[in-house]
Design a protein around this ligand. Structure first.
Ligand code: DHB
Ligand code: FE
Length: 284
């Protein structure tokens, strides 16, 4: 098998899996029932498109290239990837506008609900010799009124040291580097994991063609994904990044915020890192 074939298998698999997951998880177009809202939003989108065509004198050649590319995005199953990388960050910005507690950021295409439940001090499921610097990620979940939130739920998922997410790449254990940690009676949690590597969006599908056609790079900075929740409080979906890491200032998905940085310190033998990050939840 050539390298190209291997890569294509990878991108097709992750794109198709992301599309399938999304379909099975999100109820179909319930938001489409309000005709007035649909009219407002679709008319605004089309008007903006028409304006771009006039302003930039878009040619038939370019129009057909766009048409071919849009068809390809669907064929590659890359709509979740495209939307989550280039659009979701603004949806999240609007959704989180009035939140006072911890900042959120995009969910991305690789969340899987119902990861194995783990106690407040736990190691994420991982392979015996999982590559990457071991990391202790610990903290407390509190309310905006400052009280601890006992038994808060900390769902965490992340890429491995090669940038692959379990269930979206072949040959990884089903729940590798995914878990649902239940905090203790004072909202504290201690999660042993590995420090992830920067993540490259698939480059061999339609999104990759766009990235190279536009002269961009395909990278996201290394990140941990989290959903933190407690009964009576708003769930926050977020990601945490590493100070000084590659691409933190130049994330292809524009999802980094200054409040979301971790600066882990080496401990003991210097072979482990640890870091503390607390979450603050708004009332529902
Ligand atoms: C994508 C991947 C991610 O891990 C992420 O957090 C956001 C987007 C993507 O490939 O689209
Ligand atoms: Fe991610």
């Amino acid at each position: 098998m050539t390298d190209t074939t291997t890569e294509q298998a990878g991108a097709a698999a992750s794109g198709a899996a992301a599309t399938e997951r999304f379909r099975s998880r999100i109820a179909s177009a319930a938001a489409g029932s309000d005709a007035e809202r649909v009219d407002t939003l679709v008319t605004a989108l089309l008007t903006a498109t028409h304006d771009i065509i006039r302003r930039h004198k878009v040619t038939y050649e370019e129009y057909n290239a766009l048409k071919a590319w849009l068809i390809q995005v669907g064929e590659d199953g890359e709509w979740p990837l495209f939307l989550d990388v280039w659009v979701e960050h603004v949806v999240e910005e609007v959704a989180g506008e009035s939140r006072e507690g911890s900042k959120g950021t995009i969910e991305g295409p690789y969340y899987v609900p119902d990861a194995p439940a783990l106690p407040a001090e736990a190691t994420l499921p991982m392979r015996e010799n999982e590559a990457g610097i071991p990391l202790l990620f610990q903290g407390q979940v509190r309310s905006v009124d400052d009280g601890p939130l006992p038994a808060a739920k900390v769902e965490m998922w992340q890429a491995d040291d090669d940038g692959f997410y379990s269930q979206f790449a072949p040959d990884l254990p089903e729940w590798n580097l995914r878990g649902t940690v239940i905090a203790d009676g004072t909202g504290h949690f201690k999660i042993y994991t590995i420090q992830p590597a920067p993540y490259q969006i698939p480059t061999d599908g339609a999104c990759g063609s766009l990235v190279s056609a536009a002269g961009w790079h395909p990278w996201r900075p290394a990140h941990l994904h989290l959903k933190v929740s407690a009964p009576g409080y708003q769930l926050v979906t977020t990601q945490l990044y590493f100070t000084g890491g590659a691409y933190v200032d130049d994330d292809i998905a524009s999802a980094v915020k200054p409040e979301l940085m971790l600066d882990p310190t080496p401990t003991g033998d210097g072979e482990h890192h640890e870091v503390t990050y607390d979450f603050v939840l708004d009332r529902a």
